[in-house]
Design a protein around this ligand. Sequence first.
Ligand code: GLU
Length: 476
Amino acid sequence: MTDVRTRFAPSPTGFLHVGGVRTALFAWLVARQAKGQFILRIEDTDQAREVEGSADHLITSLKALGINYDEGPDIGGPYAPYLQSQRLDTYKPWAQKLIDSGRAYADPYTAEEIQAFRDEAKAEKRAFLYRDHRPENSPVWDGTTALRFKSEPKSYQWHDEVMGDLHSGPEVIDDIILIKSDGFPTYNFAHIIDDAEMKITHVIRGQEFLSSQPNYLNIYEALGLAFPIFATMPHILGESGNKKLGKRDGAKDVLDYLRDGYLPETMINFIASLGWNDGTEQEIFTTSELIEKFSLSRVQRSGARFDEQRLLWMNGQHIRLLGLDDLYTRVADFWPDSAREAGEESKKQVLALVQDRLKTLADLPTLTDYFFTEPTPDWSMITNNKQLSKLTNDEIKNLLSAAKSALEASEFDAESIQTTLNTLLETTGQKPGILFSLIRLAVSWAPFSPVLNETLSALGKDTSLARLDAAIELAK
Ligand code: GLU
């Protein structure tokens, strides 16, 4: 069997967003599953659309996500260079081949003349086709004008690994530009040459190229090239599920998600699930499971919905899967300032307590600040609490005092604290929902905190008692 070789071929026209990552990811998964190669090729032949720095940004993003490639602009490979603007000499002989076989011609028209043809077709309510205006005797192509393909209109039937069996009629085939007057090839021409030269077996790309596919097939045939396997990705739809994902509803820079505290493996899992499932109810996949289970034939044809809430939930699940040491490394940049002086051991103790509650790594400051610094009491947290608001200040003071005395006499490991707290429930006759919530707020003044006994143990006896004292004062 031929080695599977897939590629991601972005144009450097901006940052890498979720849709781009998905195309890269699916191509990567196909290659990794088949133990083949994954290639990064930068398609920078449209100089006008190029955004400075975006090629580097694409590379940084792929690396940050762990989508590693075997050949690419920064690492080279057997078919280097992997930047189209450096491959102009590669396209020339292929263009010459088409000229020699009478399948390409110098475009004699100015932009104005072409516009006039368009207007005429519109006025006559017929489709505009370049091939209706082929010049009788085209001049020899000298590179100063565009080189146009001389198409052979016909019907096609082809298979797309995702979209199934497709067909098109001759009316969509036209004389498209192969080389522009600036000397650069068009995407339409260059990608076919590069895919062939780089021995790409699977062309996996977005839906925006599907309508041009019959023209590509016509070019493959004119060049005597075999068709690769095609796979077209469905659109990604916004939250509402009915319109294509726009910048505002999630088409943001994938690096921003990492900066916001999402794990790379969450992004991989989530993006893989946009349009793909393995046919079971399983939602959380490790990257190696994805490599094992992915298949293009299970990618759905209709648009996939981008659901930010689901992404958040998934991130929490992936955070739970991490070992403590691994998580500790990943949260290095997310600690609150108050933790700056804290040692590794105490930070790890706190981290272990909050691991299950982190939805993003960026939740860390809110969840842990009070472990490292004195929290600012906020009495409204008591008055706004449905259960606690029923207590009078005296009752609050008495409960906190009882808690303080009991804890003062207790050992301070989590287990002893739990025994103490259980006894306290009996002696005060209170429900855990009241007593424990009250103590929890008094020592943390945080909207959420981990299990009470462990929180107290991590805070230590002195701090816990001092904070109870402070709260008693406030209740007076
Ligand atoms: N350069 C094209 C783009 O960015 C890639 C299409 C392809 O994968 O063939 O959108």
